[in-house]
Design a protein around this ligand. Structure first.
Ligand code: GRF
Length: 206
């Protein structure tokens, strides 16, 4: 069974979707490691509840040589589990080219907005509307602030360019008139949870 490592910084509801699929015998791999840069990330608890190894690798100083040491520690923990796939499921740190070279073609990321295939600045939706490609950590709020009619989610391979890289899966989510960041993000996450299980299965089944 291919091994999967999940990196996260928060609640881990996408991790839970993978764990539920695994428990139901519907995952083409096995989550063997969950790593977080935040001690309070509930995703660590979800891993422990499921009897899966959970590691907290703290990053004390976001910049400078200590960051590189942190990334080396992180890579060392992950490498020890020899994962076939590394899923960034709400992991709020950018990984360097050096890290990615250590795990070539094995790192995928979930992003709560639509991203284009060509690395460009716009996305054309299924109904032909051209909207901005939203990148960064606040894209759900950005979609609301810009008054977009639709947003969505993307799963892509990770490259050194933030929120970029070949698209693996994408789904649209309409924005409702009374949406808040919370209601919209929750509807996006409901779609993301289905998409991540399907995408992991597709990748691991070759
Ligand atoms: C998801 O919306 C993902 O796209 C983003 O962070 C969120 C993680 O949600 N990168 P959860 O922690 O899995 O509930």
């Amino acid at each position: 069974m291919p091994a999967i490592a999940v990196l996260l910084s928060g609640s881990g509801s996408n991790l839970q979707a993978l764990l539920d699929a695994q428990a139901a015998g519907e995952l083409a791999g096995e989550v063997t490691l969950v790593v977080s840069d935040r001690a309070q990330a509930y995703g660590l608890q979800r891993a422990l509840n499921a009897g899966i190894a959970a590691a907290y690798v703290p990053l004390a100083t976001p910049r400078g040589p200590l960051r590189q040491q942190w990334e080396e520690r992180l890579a060392g923990v992950i490498a020890a589990f020899e994962p076939d796939l590394i899923v960034l499921a709400g992991f709020m740190r950018v990984l360097s080219a050096r890290f990615l070279e250590r795990f070539p073609d094995r790192v995928i990321n979930q992003h709560p907005a639509l991203l284009p295939n060509d690395g460009g600045d716009t996305v054309t939706t299924s109904s032909g509307i051209v909207i901005p490609a939203l990148r960064g950590a606040h894209v759900v709020a950005d979609a609301l602030r810009l008054g977009l009619p639709v947003t969505g989610c993307t799963i892509h391979r990770v490259t050194p360019r933030v929120d970029d890289g070949p698209i693996l899966a994408r789904a649209e989510v309409p924005i409702l008139p009374d949406d808040t960041v919370e209601t919209l993000h929750e509807r996006i996450k409901a779609v993301e949870r289905r998409l991540i299980v399907a995408t992991v299965n597709r990748l691991l089944q070759g």
